[in-house]
Design a protein around this ligand. Sequence first.
Ligand code: ZN
Length: 654
Amino acid sequence: MKTSEDNFSYSVDKFADLQILRYRVHGFDSLTLKQKELIYYLSEAALHGRDILFDQNGKYNLKIRRMLEAVYSGYEGDRNDTEFQALEVYLKRVWFSSGIHHHYSTDKFIPGFTVDFLRNAVMGLDKSQLPLSEGETVAGLCNELFPVIFDPQIMPKRVNQADGEDLLLTSASNYYVGVTQQEAEDFYSAMKSPEDETPVMYGMNSRLEKKDGEITEVVWKLDGEYGKAIGKIVYWLEKALEVAENDHQKEVIRLLIEFYRTGDLKIFDDYSICWLKDTESRIDFVNGFIESYGDPLGMKASWESIVNFKDLEATHRTEVLSGNAQWFEDNSPVSPQFKKAEVKGVSAKVITAAILAGDLYPASAIGINLPNSNWIRSVHGSKSVTIGNLTDAYNKAAKGNGFRDEFVYGEYEKQLLDKYADITGDLHTDLHECLGHGSGKLLPGVDPDALKAYGATIEEARADLFGLYYIPDEKMVELGLTPDSEAYKAEYYSYMMNGLLTQLVRIEPGCCIEESHMRNRQLIAAWALEHGAADGVAELVKRNGKTYVVINDYEKLRSLFGRLLAEIQRIKSEGDYEAARELVEKYAVKVNPALHAEILERYKALNLAPYKGFVNPVYSVVTDNDNNITDIKIDYSEGYTEQMLRYSRDYSNL
Ligand code: ZN
């Protein structure tokens, strides 16, 4: 077992601006057979929804994917030819984005191969391999799909947000057909009533179409649109029902099946409430129409699924912090008048992903907070999870990619990071989420929005500083959360390096910092650098024309963080807008152009992919002679192309 851990390769493939990673499902083997079966059935339900997202992202996506897969598999020319290789990259990108538009920018891909090359390749195939519609010729197929692939004027953007344009007519996503933005807005506002305190999420599970002058919703459900895929999903959910862990979880699955059958959004709300209240089950999952980023109007939900189980060890960590929340509040360097007399920590659940699908595959979130319904969130709350094994895969894959060698000052700092950074990075996040945001109080009568546009940055800084102040505390070692009293230095070094230097790689040349988490990090790091300068606490050092962070006095850095925490809490508690504005404008926003250019140049030379995604493990059923299931095996050896082709073969339902 030890050797397989050592030989486990986190990086699978790299092309265009993408890197494909593999994640480990830690702890799968220690689950009971029944739990493994449940995960298996839910993962089948997840994979069977794949085609839904392709179709939601654009009406030609499935046909284009199938045509390209046919060329990729059946091409008999030179596979080392540059045009064929460009087609391979294009197809890999289509798989990654579930369509022909970039998953992040939503701009249409520009093919690196020519129309002639593709036409010849398609013509060279046997007709039976191609996705021809009833009565369609091969030439007809080319005429239908080639303009969509090659003409930059046709469907240029999946989600257009440009102010002043008709966002629906100019977006390529398949959520509205022949409907103007005004017509869609009128259609849905007529459904809503201001008196309704528990409104369903109107339009979430349908396409809005105009036919013969009439606007109708085409609902995604078992006997409606996407019914073939939904039928498979329901089949596997019913298998899952038989091995559910408890009655509550059974009810969750039953309500979800009921929703897929009827398309009734009221039932979806019932399901969501039931789901968020299930905090006892070890295994959990999301399967359905969830996020609405793909709709310029923010209503239509893309299909996604994740199956996961609670990481007991990591969740224990957040429970220990929450359990000691009062101690942390009482001992913080904040002025007593701004402290909470009674504080309650939040215990976020850490989960291990077992399968990713739809809009969570291959690119995935690392934290999820659901449901999205506003009234349910305010009345019943929400469930918040972080996905530990994906973060772990990112960390592991980043080792040896040259980033640390380029930006970390010396051997001492590199060793610190190698030894502790994974642990202290997670711990800082936990302190931030479980204790930081919940600590402190506003003075009576202070408007919670008093800091206006600076509020978000100040709030993030407050939570980050709470964590930074406590990581070195001997309480951490005592609670078993850090291995020794040196560990915190890894987080201090990476925090300062990121805040002062490396986070700039995400900023375009000539721009300033806008995002509030990034502002907060530079605020803290730049403030500490300046206020510790007289004592030589930390400095920026140039060596061979490259800038590095050096920390000379870690203990004094801690007291600086404590001082800034006290001040930021005062600003928040008193609603001191002027002080917030001054801090943010002075330390958090502006970028030194020369330093920025240097960092961008060094980063570019590393040739790292800015976007990442994952392949899934493969689960297979082991049976005895009587066909009883005796085990579910997990295998990590499948590559990216293999996996995509297998999914297209075995899970293509539309
Ligand atoms: Zn935060």
